[in-house]
Every structure is written in C-alpha cells, then in structure tokens.
Design a protein around this ligand. Structure first.
Ligand code: AMP
Length: 182
C-alpha cells in the first residue's frame, strides 16, 4: 500500500486557496473548495473530523448554512447519527425556533426545526471555518434554548487570533488546521 508523505495539515493547506481582499478589502479568505475537488483529501478530512465527535460522545450533529453542510452531511452519514440544519431565517418549512445575533454591521437570524432538537441529543456543531466564532455562539445558544446539549465544536480551519476560543468559553473546540496570521 502506498503511504502518504507529509501531514494532513500540509495536505489541507495545499488544497486551500488563499484569496486576499475577498469578499472585502483587508480580509484574507480561505477557500475550502479545493478540498471538495480532491476526494482523497476530502475523505481524509472527514476521517479526521470523526475522532473528536466520538471523543466528545456526540450522538447528533448540527451545521450552519451553507459551507458547514458540506462537511457535516457526509460526517453524519459515516457516523450513522442525525444531522440538524441551522439555516438562515425563512428557509425551514416546519415550526422553528430562531435567534437573532449581531454581525459587524447589522444583525442576522438563524433557525432550526423545533422538533429536531431533542433533549436526548449531545450535539456536536460542525463548521468549515471558525473566524470570530460569533455565528457558532449564536447557534449554540439557539440549540440549548431549544432543549439539546451542545458538547463540542469541530471545524476544518480555525483562526485563533480572532479569539473564537475565548468567545466559546469552556466548550471543547477541535480544528484540523489553524492559521495564525491576520
Ligand atoms: P464567524 O462567525 O466570524 O466565525 O464566521 C462565520 C463564517 O464565515 C465561517 O463559518 C466561515 O464560513 C465564514 N468566514 C469568516 N471568515 C472567513 C475567512 N477569512 N475565510 C473563509 N471563510 C470565512
């Protein structure tokens, strides 16, 4: 069997396109579409995200629209556990519970189907990239208000200089790759 050279972090880093000044001046955008274009890196990434979900004893996943879905859906499928979608306001047809939170400019509202959030769930939130952690923080309080426990967060990329760990308090956060420059 052929063995892989280098580390998973090196393979993910190679697959991630860095786009300066997108979507606005001063932002370095980490574009994860290259992971989706490389099935072996995508699979390796999903495999690596499984370990912390199991360690956190998660029995359901939740993911935030839209890029979080790309990692959460195959992960939930491979683990054989349910997936709750956290969507922008007005997209879910059933009875919902919602949360409005502050953005840099203005506010945003996220929703979940009320009946999907069950008291027996130990939910792990999945995202593509954690920047400030502001959206995740809103999703955590939404899920907890709706009646489930959030036991951890997993993400492909983390930007710790934006202080997401401080914002998420004591909740365990597992990222596969971190970038440390602004
Ligand atoms: P935040 O609430 O600040 O953690 O960011 C919310 C979402 O915006 C993340 O889950 C990413 O999908 C996206 N995002 C924020 N900053 C970046 C960035 N520098 N590169 C790529 N995606 C980003």
């Amino acid at each position: 069997m052929e063995t892989k050279r280098g580390t998973i972090q090196e393979r993910l880093d190679q697959a991630i396109r860095k786009v300066p000044n997108f979507p606005k001046p001063g932002i370095l955008f980490y574009d994860l579409t290259g992971i989706l274009m490389n099935p072996s890196v995508y699979q390796e990434c999903l495999q690596a995200l499984m370990e912390p979900v199991i360690r956190f004893k998660g029995n359901a996943l939740a993911a935030i629209e839209a890029r979080g879905f790309l990692f959460a859906a195959p992960l939930a499928q491979q683990l054989g556990i349910p997936l709750i979608l956290v969507r922008k306001k007005g997209k879910l047809p059933g009875k919902t519970i919602s949360k409005t939170f502050d953005l840099e400019y203005g506010t945003d509202t996220i929703e979940v189907h009320r009946e999907d959030v069950r008291p027996e769930f130990r939910i792990v939130l999945v995202d593509d990239l954690i920047a400030t952690g502001g959206t995740l923080k809103a999703a955590i309080s939404l899920i907890e208000e709706a009646g489930s426990k959030v036991v951890g967060v997993v993400s492909v990329v983390g930007l710790p200089f934006l202080k997401f760990r401080e914002r998420l308090g004591n909740l365990p956060v597992h990222t596969l790759l971190e970038y440390h420059t602004e």
